[in-house]
Design a protein around this ligand. Structure first.
Ligand SMILES: [Fe+2]
Length: 497
């Protein structure tokens, strides 16, 4: 078994170089295909990764065919085959029985025909077993779908992607989070093709994708969470929960959770309004059950509508119902079970908070920092990292909230929200590195400049979910008293000896 070969610099350098040639390779393949033969309308992409399974998807032109994925340890040695019989142009193949933390090369096609892959460009790496303290890299983009409606949007989306790839170098992300509004303006099937699948073929064939629903997915494209239908649901395969992939099964693709290494990820549907956002509703109750069951050290929660923003949307505007409801209803819940980082889009800017807890009101109610756990910038080169006195998901110890909604455009009007220490009206994306008890995040703009960097450190004992915060604070106080007493005792002993 290879040990995360993406981290092996020499080998990956050649892979990354070849990644950039991928589109050309696919286009060439299409160009030389005989007349009437199928070609790829959507190049291969990877979803629902688990230590022992993955979903490979692609779309072809007619006529419909069966679906065949071949995979193995090296190009030219794809010894395993999964065939889904029948005829279709929308292909979705579940592969199971995989080895955790292992690189596989693959191809997609039909019958004996290979449409893409069996080369150095097409590979995936399965996640490590849940709970493993393995370095994990996450790429986050929000409101990225502008390429569907403007050439400038394409230019900006590609620049954001290219600068992420340049920053990552040989260490490309293990997984990829979409924060919604992935296909402007209405999330139609065609807009998904031109605004998403045509933009990221060189990322999505290697990095496993995890989306969340934005309001533009609910446009005339017709995605519908209750019916689990429309372009968003037809295009994506979300983790079902349970098994080696972790998470409590939600019974819907609208919201879901999964584990990756020592991180618990949760996607929430903030776009479907009304009863969906009710306290005590199915999503709320599932979320609490899932948080209670979590045993991972880190919790990252993402949805589309930001609880705190002063960008192209304003979380103080009562007309922004979803922003209020997410802040008043869901923020207290995720904080009480120890969320560390919460990610959203919707405002077309980048905004990033200090370490906060318990802020459910208007921005003015935190104007003097009443909700601050640490009001510094969290930058190791600035005020220093944020420190949380737990290795596990300790409740109400503070979280960072970030809006990453400028991955294909920026929109004016941005001012500083009271909880934000970084607010930038410029296109970019967020790269997150989790390594053991530290989390680093970098906002990389479309010019390749890192405009923001923060770190969260966890120290102390593993505090399981559900332990009341007063009890936690009492334990921390007791520890500090014992440490202080020890220092004093040593000091007295030293002075008299
Ligand atoms: Fe939005």
């Amino acid at each position: 078994m290879m040990r995360n070969p993406l981290r092996e610099a020499g080998r990956v350098t050649s892979c990354v170089q070849l990644v950039r040639l991928g589109i050309a390779a696919s286009l060439l393949l299409a160009a030389v295909a005989p007349a009437g033969a199928q070609t790829l309308l959507r190049t291969p992409y990877l979803m629902a990764g688990a230590p022992d399974s993955i979903v490979v998807r692609w779309r072809t032109t007619s006529p419909p065919t069966d679906s065949v994925v071949r995979y193995g340890s090296a190009p030219g040695s794809l010894t395993q085959t999964v065939t889904v019989a029948g005829s279709r142009t929308e292909h979705e193949v579940d592969i199971s029985g995989l080895t955790p933390n292992t690189q596989y090369f693959y191809s997609v096609g039909f019958g004996t025909t290979i449409l893409a892959g069996d080369d150095a460009n097409h590979f995936f790496v399965t996640p490590p077993l849940r709970g493993t303290r393995q370095a994990t890299r996450i790429w986050v983009i929000g409101d990225s779908g502008q390429c569907a409606v403007s050439s400038q949007g394409c230019t900006d989306a590609n620049a954001v992607k290219d600068e992420y790839l340049a920053f990552a170098g040989s260490d490309i992300a293990d997984l990829w989070v979409l924060l919604g509004d992935n296909a402007y303006t209405n999330g139609t099937d065609l807009q998904y093709t031109t605004g998403f699948f045509d933009v990221y073929p060189d990322v999505m064939r290697n990095t496993i994708l995890y989306p969340t629903l934005g309001n533009h997915e609910l446009g005339s494209g017709g995605s519908n969470s209750a019916a689990q239908s429309g372009p968003y649901y037809d295009s994506f395969s979300m983790p079902s929960g349970g098994g080696l992939g972790g998470g409590v099964a939600s019974g819907t693709e609208a919201y879901y959770s999964f584990d990756w290494a020592n991180i618990h990820f949760i996607s929430i549907d903030s776009a479907t309004q009304g009863a969906n956002l009710a306290v005590g509703g199915p999503m709320y109750n599932w979320l609490e059950t899932d948080l209670i069951a979590n045993t991972q050290e880190w919790i990252i929660v993402y949805w589309h509508h930001p609880p705190y923003t002063k960008g192209s949307h304003d979380s103080d505007n009562p007309a922004e119902t979803s922003l209020f409801e997410m802040r008043e209803r869901f923020v207290p819940l995720i904080e009480s079970y120890g969320v560390d980082l919460q990610l959203t889009g919707h405002s077309h800017s980048y905004e990033r908070s200090v370490l906060i807890n318990g802020h459910t009101g208007l921005s003015s109610t935190c104007a003097l920092g009443e909700c601050f756990i640490d009001g510094g910038d969290g930058n190791p080169s600035g005020n220093g990292a944020y420190v949380k006195a737990t290795l596990g998901p300790g409740p109400n110890l503070g979280a960072v909230y970030s809006v990453v909604g400028s991955s294909s455009k920026n929109q004016g009007g941005l001012t500083q929200h009271a909880v934000m220490t970084s607010w930038i009206n410029f296109e970019g994306s967020l790269l997150i590195d989790v390594n053991g008890s530290s989390l680093d995040a970098y906002f990389i703009d479309k010019n390749g400049v890192v405009d923001d960097h923060f770190r969260i450190l966890k120290i102390g004992a593993f505090i399981p979910p559900g332990v009341p915060s007063l009890q936690i604070h009492g334990l921390i106080a007791l520890c500090l008293i014992l440490v202080a007493a020890g220092v004093l005792a040593r000091s007295r002993f030293t002075s008299t000896s």
